[in-house]
Design a protein around this ligand. Structure first.
Ligand code: ADP
Length: 433
């Protein structure tokens, strides 16, 4: 006979291989631009009667596991939430929802002294080596400061360790008494690395650490980081928008778009077998030296939508070259492409109402749609004729684009990796059964 253990609150059993586990993490900011819209006032100017707070959904339900000793690269266009994710993981920002486990311990459960002690194990290196170094402090003091804050060693011990660290990151220990302005950009970033290492951390978040450096210097600093990782058994979360940097440094890669992770997998898998149209577009935007290698280019169209009101379903769908046609219309590829091109032209008000007949021919010439589709297209042309562009846009969008599975359901799929056996996740409905 077996007896059931009573359910008690337990510290989560850590996965041996995992150092940091990010679980359903969200970080929303109250939108400043939306602030004015927060209240709807009564007509006589009385008290607010309705609240309507807008949130910037900078990080929206992100889950990731970072393995011990690996570099997890985080890549995506500017504004997609990479820095906010990093700062929330570090608890420099309070999460709106979700958890971050460090070696099995929920950082959200820690406060005061316990959190401070944990911070010793978690360090960061930011983009701008100039502004993160106090110009009035000598290098020795800069490197020793975190040790002092955590009560590590005595004065003499800290000086010895600071000099060793300077040596370890490729600087001359004799420069202990110099000021930051006496160093080059690359050297200043090395001072930052020494400072981050001073508390002997396990995990370092590197937020665009080489972006401000000359390309020739970037590789040298990246090599130093790689060597230090090997020597000191470090785990990195490495943020960059530059794909060649990400490729060089990462073991696994997470691709972020509008607050969400849209694809992740091994470095080789992401670069050689990308399965999300956003990743493919990012890769295609890197110049290819060999013209024979140019396949179908996926150009990133338009701007990143606002994270205040992100698109439903797949957030990339408003820019995606591969949006899936709605099943009920049974469009072929040519018809679907024509409808999407026309809707885009209407949304952008790309033509004048006097050109309507011409446009009809340009977008739909040679195509014959089913009656119900034809009716909608005619109705939209009627709206444009009357200069009612918004109604035309709304009709086309609601009838066609928003009926796509891409607008209706959030995609979450695992795909079979071609390189290695690590999990390959791609948030794209093209991978549905
Ligand atoms: P990335 O690092 O990928 O460039 P960020 O994390 O800096 O992206 O920004 C993600 C989104 O969150 C952007 O739309 C940005 O404007 C917004 N954001 C970042 N910080 C704040 C803040 N403190 N208040 C309001 N919005 C913010």
């Amino acid at each position: 006979m077996t007896t059931r253990e009573p359910q008690t609150e337990m510290k989560r059993v850590p996965d041996e291989d995992v150092l940091v586990e990010i679980e359903n993490l969200k970080k929303y900011f109250v939108s400043e631009s939306g602030y004015i819209d927060r209240f709807k006032f009564e007509l006589d100017g009385g008290l607010p009667i309705e609240y309507d707070i807008n949130y910037v959904k900078a990080v929206d339900d992100v889950s990731l596991k970072i393995k011990k000793g690996e570099t997890l690269g985080l890549v995506g266009e500017s504004g997609c939430g990479k820095s906010t994710l990093a700062r929330t993981v570090l608890r420099l920002l309070e999460p709106t929802e979700g958890s971050v486990y460090f070696d099995g311990e929920d950082l959200a459960d820690l406060s005061g002294e316990n959190l401070r002690r944990r911070r010793k194990d978690i360090q960061m290196i930011f983009q701008d080596p100039q502004s993160s170094l106090d110009p009035r402090w000598k290098v020795g003091k800069i490197v020793e400061e975190p040790m002092e804050a955590h009560g590590m060693l005595d004065d003499e011990g800290r000086e010895r360790r600071a000099k060793e660290l300077l040596d370890q990151v490729g600087l001359d220990p004799q420069h202990y008494n110099r000021y930051p302005h006496e160093f080059s950009g690359g050297q200043r970033q090395r001072i930052n690395i020494a400072r981050a290492l001073s508390t002997n951390p396990d995990f370092i978040v590197c937020d665009e650490p080489v972006s401000a450096l000359d390309v020739s210097i970037q590789a040298q600093v990246l090599n130093t980081l790689k060597e230090l990782q090997e020597e000191l058994d470090l785990t990195f979360l490495f943020i960059a928008h530059d794909l060649s940097v990400i490729r060089y440094i990462s073991d696994r890669i997470a691709v972020m778009y509008l607050g969400e992770i849209v694809e992740f997998g091994d470095e080789k898998e992401i670069f050689n077998n990308p399965q999300h149209p956003y990743t493919q577009s990012l890769l295609d935007s890197v110049p290819v030296p060999d013209p024979d290698q140019e396949g179908r280019k996926k150009i990133l169209e338009g701007d990143v939508p606002s994270p205040i009101n992100p698109p439903s379903g797949c957030r990339f769908r408003t820019r995606c070259p591969d949006v899936i046609p709605p099943e009920e219309f049974a469009f072929d590829d040519e018809e679907w492409a024509a409808i999407r091109r026309f809707t885009r032209a209407v949304t952008r008000r790309e033509f004048d109402r006097s050109e309507l007949a011409e446009m009809k021919e340009r977008y739909f010439g040679g195509l014959s749609f089913r009656g119900d589709t034809d009716d909608v297209l005619e109705e939209s042309l009627g709206y444009i004729e009357d200069e009612e562009w918004e109604q035309a846009e709304q009709l086309l969008t609601e009838t066609f684009l928003e009926k796509s599975i891409c607008a209706k359901e959030k995609p979450e799929y695992d795909v079979t990796p071609e390189f290695g056996s690590s999990r390959h996740y791609a948030a794209c409905h093209l991978h549905r059964d």
